[in-house]
Design a protein around this ligand. Sequence first.
Ligand code: ZN
Length: 364
Amino acid sequence: MLNTSRFLGYSKDEEGKLIIVPEEAEIVRRIYREFAGGYTYNVIARGLERDGILSPGKFENDNNFCSGEIWHPSTVKSILENEKYKGDALLQKTFNVDFLSKRQKNIGQVDSVFVENCIPAIISKELADMVKVELDRRKRIRNSSNESGRGKYCSKYPFSGLLVCNECFSKFRRHAQWSGDKKTPVWVCCKHQKTKGKDCKSLPIKESVLEQAFMDCIRRLGEDKETLIMQLTQNIEESLCTANTEAKEDIDLKIRALQDKMLELVRKLKTGEITVAIYNEEIIKLENSMQCYQKQKEAMTSHEEKLGEYQSRMKYMKTYLDKAFNFQEFDGFLLTNTVEQIMVINKHRIVFEFKCGFEYEMEI
Ligand SMILES: [Zn+2]
C-alpha cells in the first residue's frame, strides 16, 4: 500500500515489507534535527549539497524528479511533513477511481485511516512533535509578517533574533569586531550601532560570553531539574485545565444566549411585534456583543495552543537537562530549541526566557 519510491529512508524486503535503510534514515534524522534547531529549508538543503549527500531523486532513477546533487527546499519540506517517519501512516491516502485510470489523491471521498506505529519509525515521536511545533510556529511568523512586513523567518546564527535590548527594545545583530588582526564576533544593539551609541547606551557583548552564559545556565538548571520540571508541569496543567476551560464554557453559554435573542428578534419582526427600525437597532447591539465574545474566544484558543506548545517544548527540554552535566561545549541547536528570547539588561546581566515558560537570569 505504501509506495517506497522517493521515500527516503526506507526500502522493501523480499516480502514487500518496509525496512529502514540506515544511511538514508540518518539523512532524514539530520533534516529533522536541523529544522527543529532553527535552520530554514534552504539552509538545510545547501548543507546537504555541501556535504555531497544525494537527494531522493538519485536513489531511484526517476527522470521527473530533480537530479541527485541538487536539494530543493521543497524536498526538505516534504520530508519534514511526512508523518510516516515517526512510524504512523495515513492509509487510504490514494484510492482507485477506476482500475483503468490513475490513482487519484484522496480529497475526502474515502475515509482515511490514521494508523499509529504501523511502519518502522526513523524519527522519535518527540522530535516529530518538535518539528510539528516549529512548522506551525514558522507558519504563524509568516502569516504575521504578511501583515506587518516584518518578522520573516531567517536565521543564520543561533543567537539571531533572540537578543533584545532592555534599554531601547531593539534586536541585537552580529558584528565582527577587530582587535589587531584578530576578528571577534560580538552582538550589538541595532539602535546603538546605528546611532553610534547616541540613542542607546547598550554595549556589545562577545558571542563567546553569551555561549558560555547559556551553557552555565543549562548546567545550573540541570542541577535541580526535578523540582524545575515538576513546577513547570504543574503550572502548565493548572492553567490549561481550570481557568481556561471554565471561561470558555462561560463564553459559549453567552454566545448561545445571544443567538437565542437574535432568533427571538427575527420572530418578533415576522409577527409584527416590532418595527424594522427597532429590529435594526437591536440586532446591531447584539452583533457587537457577539463579536466581542468571539474575539475573547479566539484569544483563549491561541492561549491554549501556546500552552500545548510549552508542554511539548518542556518535554524536549527535559531530555536535554537529563544530559546537562555532560555538556562540554555550546550547542546552538539546544539554544534555538529552548530559548524564546534573551533580554539584555546590560553588558553583565542577561535573562534567558525559555520557550516552556520560565525565565532565568545570569551574570555574565
Ligand atoms: Zn539598545
